[in-house]
Write a protein that binds this ligand. Structure first.
Ligand code: SAM
Length: 263
């Protein structure tokens, strides 16, 4: 069966908007912006900007003399981003795709894509576009997840393996980070930094990423991942029981890549 890219509808967009305001993901954006080190007056495109949280923060970094293009193919995501960014007229929220960026050749100082490339089928084409729109010396920052990096406490390892395998179907590429260094170099970039930042939660309370994503995984595994409702409910019960007993542990690593367009 041909694999199709996943569209973010109204419900998925609202979920991402809520989840990405969580302190774990706020800290993740600080990590991203530290590595991007945007300067006042710079022009940046946020590819797959989603609800516009990073775009708004980057707008503060570049200031009104700079420019932020927040691109997303999802109309529901764009409508959230437009509301969020309406007071900063140097942010433009725009429709588009990672493989056809609405920017002139060599016009931008930075291209950012956080948790987006795992949904983009043609990664060589997307990276070629990133290279095209960057000025010589401009930087690309990509942040992506490989769910094989998940460490989740369980007494039922086989069931955990099944649930995480079902969840991987959410992504077009569930294993992109391991392949990105080669793809980035083959596109013509000079890869300067590879690192990671983990999300580590010992509770599923509402202020944790796990407190949201565990429910999303269970729902997805049942509705679209092909697992029976019984398996998903039993997995979710184990997670909530572990949490109640103070034995919950969840960790996932986001991998970060910073590359430069050669002069
Ligand atoms: C998990 S969200 C991440 C949103 C945002 N980058 C962030 O970190 O807050 C993934 C986003 O990628 C967008 N996306 C999916 N396929 C895309 C593509 N081919 N080109 C550009 N964006 C895409 C989705 O619409 C969605 O908004």
């Amino acid at each position: 069966m041909e694999k199709k890219p996943r569209a973010f509808d109204a419900a998925a967009s609202a979920r991402v908007d809520r989840m990405y305001q969580n302190p774990d993901i706020v800290a993740q954006r600080v990590f991203v912006r530290d590595h991007l080190a945007l300067q006042p007056g710079e022009a940046v495109i946020d590819v797959g900007a989603g609800p516009g949280l990073l775009a708004l923060e980057m707008a503060a970094d570049v200031g009104p003399t700079g420019k932020v293009l927040a691109l997303d193919p999802s109309a529901d995501m764009r409508s959230i981003a437009e509301k969020r960014c309406q007071d900063s007229n140097w942010i433009t929220v725009t429709d588009g795709d990672a493989t056809a960026l609405p920017a002139d050749d060599a016009s931008l100082d930075a291209v950012v894509a956080t948790q987006v490339f795992e949904y983009v089928p043609d990664m060589p084409a997307a990276l070629k576009e990133c290279l095209r729109v960057l000025k010589p010396g401009g930087r690309l920052l990509a942040l992506d997840t490989d769910w094989d990096s998940a460490v989740i406490n369980t007494a039922e390892r086989d069931r955990m393996t099944k649930v995480l395998a079902a969840w991987r179907a959410h992504f077009f590429h569930s294993d992109l980070p391991g392949r990105l260094p080669r793809l980035i170099r083959e596109a013509g970039f000079d890869l300067r930094f590879t690192g990671g930042t983990p999300v580590v939660n010992t509770s599923m309370n509402k202020d944790t990423y796990a407190g949201d994503v565990v429910f999303t995984i269970a729902k997805f595994a049942e509705r679209k991942g092909g697992l029976t409702p019984d398996i998903c409910a039993a997995w979710l019960k184990e997670m909530t029981d572990l949490d109640a007993a103070g034995r919950f542990f969840f960790s996932i690593t986001r991998f970060l890549f910073v590359a430069i367009k050669p002069n």
